[in-house]
Ligand binder design. Structure first.
Ligand code: C2E
Ligand code: MG
Ligand code: MG
Length: 688
């Protein structure tokens, strides 16, 4: 080699050395077994060594020390022996401090003249950053594909760049339809002209906008969406993007609306509920104040609703309430407030009534409209209301007060079925307080054994011999003294105590009868009263059956007295129950006959044995010719239909005589005896 040639070689060598020393990539030569022969400073740096010597001395087993997964070295060697080169070989490796990085290698093998591999040489690049970016992109892509919110990505010229599957699912547009087109997601005709410009204005000023908008689906159907727009900066102004997320909140909106409706309206009848009705009443009061007019508040409670509900099922009860609501609406003006307070209670506020009698008139109009039966499941149900009326301004100046006072008047109406409409009077307040007291005491009365049974004889109209007895309950109140049944039976029905009291009465009366029989007291039967609620209770037949068995009373000696009211609610059901009771062998009688709405023709359908003519007809016998005729007609008809007849409330000999002449077999009344305790009843047989 001449000197020039030598110089040139030295030059090239120093150039290579310089490249080797200064390269940003790591460069190495290694033995096939895995020891470093030469490394450049960049590689030492990538692997975390201070100097190249440190690397060469420290890292002597590439397979075991460098690769996180040692089998990667086998992969490397296999590729090398197969191909002679390794390209873009990615692996995780340990650095000197044992931290892990990603690298990519490109290498080749250098062979000797005999073709055997002498060593490997290659480059190493730290791609940890790229790897984590890739990972993040994969993650974001996954989010983009799997979130429930629709996402659109648009460039600064508002051309759609990407659409995620959720957006496709929400709108039915496919990504193919949208990508490359101009952004146009709003449903036309739902927004102010200024809506879009205001969004872009805010987006430009703050970088984001969020709010609700009406968007459109593929078929043009609008839906309410929660939108959010975010500006994402690019490397320059032109390369930025907007990310739009869009979630379909139309379902939530509908639900919100429904909840608002539920909060104000009764779902069953669609009438305003207590809350809204009260608010409307308040408004009506303000109106009345301003225009110096009156306002009538009607509190309406259905009679016998519980019976329909318990007897025919809740669906029938619901249907009845719906029909009642309709009738109430039909009975009032559009401007009147009609609301459901809950259960079977309704309220009406009728404004612009200057005449205080107008409230009562409206109540009677409602009553009239309720006279027709309600048809439920093909059955005719009679359901009359009790109505209480209170007036603004005389009875109160707030909705709460007026409703409360109307309620009190309604309660008074409930107590007296012949007066279905009652107008509020101040003294009712103390009555209500009293009633509350009694209700509390009533709950304890059974346990404290404060009830006793009195017995009133029924006598043969010809011989005046005692044939039977009617058991009548009395309450010996520890402070109030004697409380008559009329004062607590309906209360006991209301507060759910009637079944317990009724069961006690039945057991006590049957037990007494059996005792009398043992003592040879010659009566043939004992009568026990059943209240309407008892009659309509599904458990009644079982209770009677149980008591017959317990007391061993011959079933034919027990007579159950029922009022017409209990049966008129639902005749078909009544017939079934009566049939079931009769199947037990007991006798059935209609109490207070003539005071209800029913006719004898209707009685014909009921499986009963006895008709008890109400006291009100007996009272004027001898004085009024009409009563005499009515009683005569009842007796004759009842006889023809095969019923026995008992006349109640016989107080005078004259009445007894007339009844006897009219062929009434049995008489009951003060003329023979008041209701008395068992001891006194026994004594009735001793007196000559
Ligand atoms: P009711 O079954 O019609 O009983 C007859 C009522 O008339 C009794 O009133 C009796 O004392 C009264 N009375 C009897 N004879 C005469 C008379 O000559 N003149 C007059 N003015 N009244 C007479 P009481 O005992 O106050 O009972 C009232 C109502 O309470 C009963 O009417 C009955 O419907 C109900 N009741 C009584 N005891 C019970 C019971 O144990 N259970 C149920 N569910 N109701 C009962
Ligand atoms: Mg009775
Ligand atoms: Mg009676």
């Amino acid at each position: 080699m001449n000197k020039v040639a030598k110089n040139v070689t030295a030059d090239i060598e120093s150039q290579y050395r310089s490249i080797f020393e200064n390269a940003v990539e790591g460069i190495y030569q290694t033995t096939v077994e895995g020891r470093y022969l030469r490394v450049n400073p960049a590689l030492a740096k990538v692997y975390g060594y201070d100097t190249t010597d440190d690397l060469i001395k420290g890292l002597t087993d590439i397979a075991g020390q460098l690769y996180v997964d040692p089998t990667r070295r086998d992969d490397f060697k296999r590729i090398m022996s197969d191909d002679g080169v390794v390209r873009d070989f990615e692996a995780q490796v340990y650095r000197a401090d044992h931290s892990v990085i990603w690298i990519t290698e490109n290498a080749r093998c250098v062979r000797g003249s005999d073709g055997s591999i002498m060593y490997y040489e290659g480059t190493v690049e730290d791609i940890t950053r790229r790897k984590s970016d890739e990972e993040q992109i994969r993650l974001l892509a996954k989010v983009f594909d799997s979130v429930g919110d629709g996402i659109l990505i648009v460039d600064r010229s508002l051309t759609i760049k990407a659409v995620n599957p959720a957006y496709e699912a929400i709108t039915s547009f496919s990504s193919g339809d949208l990508v490359g087109t101009k952004l146009d997601i709003l449903a036309p005709g739902y927004h102010e002209k200024t809506f879009l410009p205001s969004i872009w204005e805010e987006l430009n000023a703050r970088g984001h906008w969020s709010g609700e908008a009406t968007c459109r689906r593929l078929n043009g159907a609008p839906f309410i969406a929660a939108l959010s727009l975010v500006a994402v900066d690019g490397s320059d102004d032109a390369s930025g993007h907007f990310v739009i997320t869009c979630s379909d909140i139309s379902f939530r909106k509908r639900q919100e609306q429904r909840i608002r409706h539920q909060a104000n309206y009764d779902l069953l009848t669609q009438l305003p509920n207590r809350w809204l009705a009260t608010e409307r009443l308040e408004q009506a009061i303000v109106h009345a104040q301003r225009h110096k007019t009156g306002l009538a508040v009607l509190y309406i409670d259905l009679n016998g609703f519980k019976q329909v509900n318990d007897g025919m099922g809740h669906q029938a009860g619901d249907e009845l309430l719906r029909l009642v609501a309709k009738r109430l609406r039909a009975s009032t003006r559009l401007s009147d407030v009609v609301g459901r307070l809950g259960g079977d209670e309704f309220v009406i506020g009728a404004s612009d009534l200057s005449d205080p009698r107008a409230g009562r008139n409206l109540a009677h109009k409602i009553l009239y409209n309720f006279a027709d039966p309600f048809v439920i499941n093909g059955r005719e149900i009679f359901c009359l209301p009790s109505i209480g009326v209170a007036h603004y301004p005389s009875d109160g100046n707030t909705a709460d007060l007026l409703v409360r006072n109307a309620d009190m008047a309604m309660y008074a109406a409930k107590q007296n079925k012949s007066r279905p409409v009652v107008v509020f009077e101040p003294h009712m307040l103390s009555v209500a307080a009293e009633r509350l007291d009694i209700e509390n005491d009533l709950r304890r009365a059974l346990a404290r054994q404060e009830f006793v049974l009195y017995y009133q004889p029924k006598v043969d109209s010809t011989t005046h011999q005692i044939i039977g007895a009617e058991a009548l309950v009395r309450w010996q109140h520890p402070e109030k003294g004697f409380v008559p049944p009329g004062a607590f039976i309906s209360l006991a029905e209301e507060c759910g105590l009637i079944m317990a009291i009724g069961e006690w009465t039945l057991r006590e009366a049957c037990g007494q009868f059996v005792k009398w029989q043992a003592d040879n007291i010659p009566i043939k039967s004992i009568s026990v009263n059943l209240s309407p609620t008892q009659f309509l209770d599904r458990g009644l037949v079982d209770v009677v059956q149980r008591i017959l068995t317990e007391t061993k009373i011959p079933p034919g000696c027990l007579e159950l007295e029922l009022t017409e009211g209990a049966m008129s609610v639902d005749i078909e059901q009544a017939i079934t129950t009566l049939g079931n009771l009769r199947a037990l062998g007991v006798k059935l009688s209609i109490d207070d006959f003539g005071t209800g709405y029913s006719s004898l023709a209707y009685l014909k359908r009921l499986p009963i044995d006895v008709v008890k003519i109400d006291r009100s007809f007996v009272k004027d016998l001898g004085k009024s010719a009409a009563d005499g005729q009515i009683v005569g007609a009842i007796i004759a008809l009842a006889d023809r239909l095969g019923f026995n007849v008992v006349a109640e409330g016989v107080e005078t000999g004259e009445q007894a005589d007339i009844l006897k002449e009219s062929q009434c077999e049995l008489l009951q009344g003060y003329l023979f005896s008041r209701p008395v305790d068992p001891g006194a009843f026994t004594n009735l047989f001793k007196t000559p």
